[in-house]
Write a protein that binds this ligand. Structure first.
Ligand SMILES: [Zn+2]
Ligand SMILES: [Zn+2]
Length: 74
């Protein structure tokens, strides 16, 4: 979970760390986020054979996921 995230990347709701978004977090582990966690804009999602990228038009925030790469959030 990215520090400072204000919105749920799956449904766009606030308090993304609350229990209300438990199922959202499970979805986000398997599919790209739809909304920017910082501004709630819809993100441009591109699915690739290796995974996906999700990019916000207003933030240099790009999420990237592959099946093989280990998830190592700083
Ligand atoms: Zn949610
Ligand atoms: Zn944004």
């Amino acid at each position: 979970m990215a520090a400072g995230a204000a919105y749920c990347g799956h449904c766009g709701g606030d308090s993304p760390t609350s229990d209300a978004h438990h199922s959202c977090r499970q979805q986000l582990a398997m599919e790209p986020p739809r909304y920017c966690a910082l501004c709630r804009r819809r993100m441009k999602v591109q699915v690739t054979p290796l995974g996906w990228t999700a990019e916000c038009s207003r933030h240099p925030l790009t999420s990237f996921c592959t099946d093989n790469a280990p998830k190592s959030a700083p």
